[in-house]
Design a protein around this ligand. Structure first.
Ligand code: FAQ
Length: 320
């Protein structure tokens, strides 16, 4: 009985210290004691974020061989490489919470871990590469700038570097769109068609409305989220509408208008049926994305085995 009381007391003390730290705005570091729920919440979110970066390489990789110039190809290659790097920083940040990369990948392959809904849409034309950079990276930045102040130290530090790189990505996408809008009628129509298809899925990247977001309560309480899904979505809309106007693109939302009273753009209803269909595995490319990831992971098994054999050899040598 006494032991149970002692354990309860220690648990209450840990929780008190943790909450005080969070309330002071201090970062939580890997060796700090933290509630199990906080650890699990972060593993879910950071691994989902990492999977998104890596799966997000697929729709763009589809265009490396078809980029319209050597310059465009070089830039696209560098961008995709950056996304792979973002995945690595994020997997490493998640590993500090006591889960291995293998476990995270197994959860992804078994369908238990998610990745961003946006990467389940196809890239049909070169303008889609512009739309991904401009809208998808643009949405990712809005979310990630806010996450730079998230309460878990390794996650927030990863975000600082990722945001610097993402802002180049956003500009490369916008440059593609701006160039196409100065081109032929066909090119202008291609750019408009891309925004027509990518606008609404980009808004869905921020997750369900706050009233429908089951994870937000804990995330806000623990300062994992510094802004809510709707606040970030609004920020993205406000800045993107003006960018579209500058280059002559029309946002495909007939209800979009500036609300004089709030100073923000009101928007039309988001198709949440489509969102849940996609995150539950039934979007246009879910199967293709997962099949590809599994195949490449399998094909790369020998690289992991070779790296491990090399590590063991080095360890042995250092012991001699
Ligand atoms: N897709 O209660 P909430 C990028 C799930 S990086 C799929 O609101 P939460 C860079 C959510 O997990 C893009 N699932 O959840 C790049 C939960 O399900 P669960 C990735 C979604 O966590 C660019 C359920 O719905 N960024 O693009 C989505 O509080 C170009 C209920 O939702 C991040 O991951 C969705 N869009 O808020 C790369 C940022 N939305 O897990 C290549 C970090 C919601 O309970 C090319 N993550 N769900 O089964 C976050 O900020 C948050 O996790 C949210 C969701 C805001 C995504």
């Amino acid at each position: 009985m006494e032991m149970v009381e002692k354990a309860d007391h220690a648990q209450a003390e840990m929780l008190k210290n943790f909450e005080e730290k969070i309330n002071r705005g201090d970062a939580i570091e890997p060796k700090d004691r933290m509630p199990d729920g906080y650890r699990k919440h972060l593993i879910r979110q950071i691994s989902q974020h990492a999977h998104s970066e890596v799966i997000g390489m697929q729709p763009e990789g589809n265009w490396i061989t078809r980029a319209p110039s050597l310059r465009a190809k070089q830039i696209l290659l560098a961008k995709i490489q950056d996304e792979g790097g973002h995945g690595l920083y994020l997997y490493s940040a998640a590993e500090t919470l006591g889960i291995s990369r293998d476990e995270m990948i197994a959860l992804l392959h078994s369908g238990k871990a998610k990745y961003s809904s946006i990467f389940n849409y196809p890239t049909l034309t070169w303008a889609d590469i512009g739309a991904i950079g401009w809208l998808v990276d643009g949405a990712a930045i809005v979310n990630q700038v806010s996450l730079q102040r998230t309460s878990y130290g390794p996650y927030s530090r990863a975000m600082v570097r990722i945001c610097k790189e993402e802002s180049f990505h956003q500009r490369q996408g916008y440059e593609i769109m701006a160039k196409m809008m100065k081109g032929t009628i066909d090119q202008q129509e291609m750019a408009q068609d891309a925004i027509n298809r990518w606008w609404w899925p980009s808004l869905m990247m921020f997750g369900p409305h706050d009233s429908e977001s089951p994870r937000s309560g804990d995330a806000v309480k623990w300062k994992i989220k510094r802004h809510t899904n709707d606040e970030l979505r609004q920020k993205f809309i406000d800045k993107t509408v003006q960018q579209a106007e500058v280059i002559g693109l029309t946002i495909p939302d007939k209800d979009l208008k500036c609300n004089e009273a709030t100073g923000h753009y009101d928007h039309g209803p988001i198709d949440w049926d489509e969102f849940y269909r996609v995150i539950n595995g039934n979007g246009p490319c879910n199967k293709q994305r997962m099949d590809h990831h599994k195949k490449v992971h399998q094909d790369g098994a020998w690289v992991r085995a070779a790296a491990e054999a090399y590590r063991q050899k080095k360890e042995k040598q250092s012991l001699n």
